[in-house]
Design a binder for this molecule. Sequence first.
Ligand SMILES: Cc1cc2nc3c(=O)[nH]c(=O)nc-3n(C[C@H](O)[C@H](O)[C@H](O)COP(=O)(O)OP(=O)(O)OC[C@H]3O[C@@H](n4cnc5c(N)ncnc54)[C@H](O)[C@@H]3O)c2cc1C
Length: 420
Amino acid sequence: MLRRQGPLAIATVLLLFIILHLGFPPDAHAPRTTGTTMLGGIAFLLMTSSVILSTRLEIFEDLFGGLDRMYQVHRVAGTFAAIFALVHLFGVPKELPVGVDPVANTLVPSVPLGILGLILLVVGLFIALNRKIRYSRWRPTHKVMALVYVLIIGHFMTAPGIFFERFSASGVLLILAAIIGVVCLVYSIFGMNRRTAVRFTVEAVNALERATEVVLKPVADMIDFKPGQFAFVEVQGKGWSEPHPFTISSAPGEDRLRFTMKVLGDWTRKVREELQPGRDVMVRGPYGRFDAAKTTGKKQIWLAGGIGLTPFASKLRAMQPGDDRQIHLVYAAREKQDAIFLDELKARAAELGNITLIPLFSEEGNFARTDKMRENLPDPLDTYEYFMCGPKPMIEGLMKGLKEEGVSRKNIHTEAFALR
Ligand SMILES: Cc1cc2nc3c(=O)[nH]c(=O)nc-3n(C[C@H](O)[C@H](O)[C@H](O)COP(=O)(O)OP(=O)(O)OC[C@H]3O[C@@H](n4cnc5c(N)ncnc54)[C@H](O)[C@@H]3O)c2cc1C
């Protein structure tokens, strides 16, 4: 779940900027200039937030509720930055503020830098939001955003009306943000934002009905993780391209690391068809905050849709007898054959005693909906705490249904299998 602290911190900085900008505007500014430069400043601060989030620092995972949430905020901040920047461009008065020398103004590159930065920002955003563009193609293009950031700094640092003649209070805040942003950018560009890679070798590649289980043996150290966390998996060797995020489906304490991968595109198909035991794999992580053990709710619903079972598989494999939570695992799949690890889940449920398994197969008319849950659960729906992982439409439908049933948003935790 997205935690409030992170977005609140961003909102506070924006508010401070607005107060400083409106409270202490340069004397010569017309109200329209004050308003439009404020929008430009907000756009820049949102871009800076995006840049800071791309550092993947653990502290931000705590503030935002995990890396997947950080990337969601990163995307939203980038989108609003482009909108505010566009309004700034079209709204800013074309005549210079009083006191700015027109000759000096032609010698500085503020306008071309701003326009170029904005064009690249809008194109980059269009590519980022277009799901049809494959991740591997999109990834290199996204690096252009670093250049956009530098261009925008160049734009406002060389705007004579604001910085060379009158340092405004809000301008100083922007300069401070630019310094922090550039440090974060350098940190991310040189890969310092990636957690140390731990080397493994592939021990087995098990073809399940609709997924592939990859079993990794540590070369030296095992990574330390909590059930429900994910890691970036990077197969070594030509043709394996970029790292991919997967939830760790084994339990902490096992001597092997297991990932269960649904065949979705080129990379996951290659894993199923070509990955062989003995190949080196680098794993970076763990990331994520999808932790059902941390909450106080004793009556929990774990809702898994298809491959969304993986975080719960890890939790179940890690659970010890005597756990005082009453857990209903609602496992939704298209048909029985699709339900990976079903027999293991049944065995675990029988062994642990506090787990009730509720399989729902849509082929049999049992969909993951609140009416089906009401039929299968002993207590009213608003008495449980929810942990959900599955396809976006399923999660969105359930969120709506649970809201109608009076379930508080703070009792619903979701994991998004998407970073982009
Ligand atoms: C936090 C998290 C946990 C996940 N856990 C699992 C899991 O346990 N099991 C499972 O089967 N899948 C999981 N996924 C999804 C998995 O990462 C993608 O299905 C996989 O990367 C698809 O790669 P592809 O090239 O085969 O497919 P494509 O068709 O190229 O990609 C499908 C989608 O996956 C995303 N994606 C692709 N490549 C990457 C990448 N390198 N980095 C980030 N996102 C990418 C893109 O949004 C894309 O739209 C998880 C994703 C996230 C973000």
